[in-house]
Design a protein. Structure first.
Length: 689
């Protein structure tokens, strides 16, 4: 790496570090009391939206896109004009580009708005270009004087909200910002179970309610005292307070509602109590909140946080799993429940989850909450308790783990009996995954995406890969060694193909325990979903389970999503022969535009006698262009017909509209020549000088 590139990389690392520090520190303390305090209208509920904007800046900086980051950060400053941290961040971006005046102006604004961290001012490496200026020294002296007169900033104190009856209010008084995880945290206190209503569910004709009420009154079941219900669709599809009198029903203050904390996919707030919730809404009326979660930056990390903090939400599939589109979900996770259908399809699952939570023995439930195993255990029971999971061996098949759940498949009586009979020392742990090794595509050769990685997300309970490479096989080495093994349990590990061609997928254990496995998945054309053969799917899923001798755990998932808008062929040596990105006549397969961008060409690949790639021919309508094995566009050829002068090309993703994104090939005007070892060399290499 050249010194210029090394310096650029180091600058990016320093900027990203600064931004991360501010993400953690932001709003954890009250604003400094200076001559220009932060305006009253900015409150803790503005933090998620501001944090999401800063996350975009983070991504742009990490990709080395300084202009994009600068533009986005200026918008943040404009949106939140009295937040001192934002001015300091823009100062570091300006200073790192040697824009001294702009950096000093922004730094002065930061101090005027309340920035008073003298140590960070002196140590932040991004400010090196302005630190020796007289104006910087004056600003540093100003901070010292302000700190001497104003004193230290105190942390904002919050008090838990005491839940009386069914009202659980989220307000600034009981809510704080957790910068480490990028979420709000609201705290509550509850009456003891003995002081809660004696009725778990008020429905005289329901056998589930009758059983739960009897168990609770005899002290056998925990009920829903201390549990929260979070409706996120403005009561469009909601549990009834009258039917579920033991729940604390989350209500949001006007400030929280104004910031949008109460609506749609929950990536913004967690609570200090077991929580179930739902949002019976869709995206543009067509797609699910789950699909949004799979593509939003850091969303899956926040859903994982909810999962291990005893939260579980239900979202309808809308058209992401339908007769019209088939199964077009990008991944599968245990962090949420997706219901078959549209609005209202989530309600039977809310009742099922509420019933499972209520059925646990009080001591068992309290320990599950304490150990952060409540929702993994609930997920295991929900899946085991489906009508399709008839036999014990069905649990390790697709029958127990559909990507979308059908309410007709619920056997809630069976589920609550499982929960009631659960013994604490028999509870299985949560599977925890990590990637050890992974195959990666070569940029501009077998992948044309500049800013679209193959990793959709990687979290301990779910890993999702998007297959962009033209290679026949995608390989991951995945470890479940971080799974916490209880002292009195011995685990066996199980890696199972839930979706995909099990005859071609290879899962190879890499250690004696079977806790590490190499997973090799070949290219998959669309195939019938196993649980719904009338639906097409392009997603392969591997389920990872542990068994402790009594129960299998909830699944962890490794997903591989293949592009539905490609037709591929491979030669006898398993090398790519062609990729047609143009849908066939009369067909328009749906792909999530945030995951896959469309292209308007077909590539046909060529190889020499030894099987080495020599290049490819690209066809767009009547036009044909040729490319080298390194992805350069051929301009001229030598007397042997081999590429001689070539041009570097790049690819940009252009968003045409919310439902379509296209890859555009862009000529760079950068030319070079190819060199060859001898007259028989057909591959060659570009002259890098």
């Amino acid at each position: 790496m050249g010194s210029k590139n090394l310096l650029r990389t180091r600058t990016i690392q320093l900027l990203v570090t600064t931004l991360c520090l501010f993400q953690v520190a932001s709003a954890s303390t009250a604003p400094a009391q200076t001559a220009e305090p932060a305006p009253k209208q900015f409150n803790v509920f503005d933090m998620p939206n501001m944090s999401e904007r800063l996350a975009f800046v983070f991504g742009a900086l990490k990709a080395g896109r300084f202009e994009v980051a600068e533009k986005a950060l200026l918008k943040v400053v404009k949106k939140y004009p009295d937040r001192a941290q934002n001015y300091f961040l823009i100062a570091t971006v300006f200073a790192s580009q040697n824009k001294q005046k702009e950096a000093l102006d922004a730094l002065e604004n930061a101090i005027n708005k309340g920035f008073n961290n003298s140590e960070r001012l002196q140590r932040d490496p991004n400010l090196k270009s302005i630190r020796s200026t007289a104006r910087f020294k004056d600003l540093a002296e100003k901070i010292i004087k302000l700190n001497a007169t104003e004193g230290k900033t105190e942390k904002r104190k919050i008090e838990p909200y005491f839940v009386e009856g069914t009202n659980a209010l989220v307000s600034a008084a009981n809510t704080t910002w957790n910068g480490r995880f990028g979420v709000l945290l609201s705290r509550f206190e509850f009456n003891s179970r003995r002081a809660s209503p004696v009725t778990v569910q008020k429905d005289a004709n329901d056998p589930v309610a009758k059983q739960l009420n009897g168990w609770f009154r005899r002290g056998f079941a925990a009920g829903n005292s201390g549990d929260l219900y979070d409706n996120r669709d403005h009561q469009h599809s909601s549990l009834s307070k009258e039917t579920f009198p033991q729940f604390g029903f989350v209500e949001y203050s006007p400030e929280a509602k104004n910031a949008g904390i109460d609506y749609g996919l929950n990536t913004k707030i967690v609570f200090n109590a077991p929580t179930i919730g739902n949002s019976s809404t869709g995206i543009i009326g067509l797609h699910s909140q789950a699909s949004l979660a799979y593509v939003l930056p850091f969303a899956m990390q926040k859903l994982y946080l909810q999962y291990v903090q005893n939260h579980l939400y239900v979202y309808p599939a809308v058209h992401d799993y339908s007769e019209k589109n088939g199964d077009v979900l990008s991944a599968t996770t245990p962090y949420l429940v997706i219901s078959q259908g549209r609005s209202g399809s989530d309600k039977p699952f809310l009742k099922a989850l509420a019933s499972i939570l209520a059925a646990f023995d009080p001591g068992v439930k309290d320990e599950l909450v304490k150990r952060n195993l409540l929702m993994p255990t609930v997920q295991m029971i929900l899946r085991e308790g489906q009508l399709s999971s008839e036999k014990a061996e069905d649990y390790l098949t697709y029958k127990a783990h559909p990507p979308v759940f059908d309410s007709k498949n619920l056997d809630v009586i069976r589920m609550i009996v499982m929960a009631q009979e659960m013994e604490l020392d028999k509870v299985p742990p949560m599977v925890s995954l990590a990637i050890v090794e992974e195959s990666t595509p070569r940029k501009g050769i077998d992948n044309f995406s500049r800013f679209l990685p193959e990793t959709l997300f990687k979290t301990p309970g779910a890993i999702a890969r998007v297959v962009r490479s033209s290679a026949k096989n995608t390989t991951l080495v995945v470890s479940a060694e971080k799974t916490k093994v209880p002292a009195d349990q011995k685990l066996t590990y199980h890696w199972v193909v839930l979706r995909g061609d099990s005859r071609k997928i290879k899962i190879t254990p890499k250690n004696a325990e079977g806790s590490v496995a190499e997973i090799t998945v070949p290219w998959h054309d669309g195939f019938p979903a196993p649980e719904r053969p009338d639906f097409q799917t392009h997603r392969v899923e591997i389920g990872v389970f542990v068994n402790n001798g009594t129960y299998y755990s909830a699944p962890a998932f490794v997903s591989f999503l293949f592009p539905a808008n490609q037709i591929r062929s491979y030669n006898k040596d398993n090398q790519i022969a062609s990729i047609d990105h143009r849908p066939g006549k009369g067909t328009k397969p749906y792909v999530d535009p945030q995951v896959f961008a469309s292209r308007d060409w077909r590539d046909d690949f060529s190889y020499d006698e030894q099987g080495f790639l020599t290049g490819w021919q690209r066809t767009r309508g009547d036009k044909i262009d040729e490319y080298t094995a390194d992805g350069f566009k051929v301009v001229t050829r030598d007397k042997f017909g081999r590429p001689l002068q070539v041009e570097k090309v790049e690819y940009d993703a252009k968003q045409q509209n919310p439902r379509q994104r296209f890859f555009i090939e862009r000529a760079t005007g950068e030319f070079t020549t190819y060199e060859y070892k001898n007259d028989t060399d057909k591959v060659g290499a570009p002259n890098r000088n």
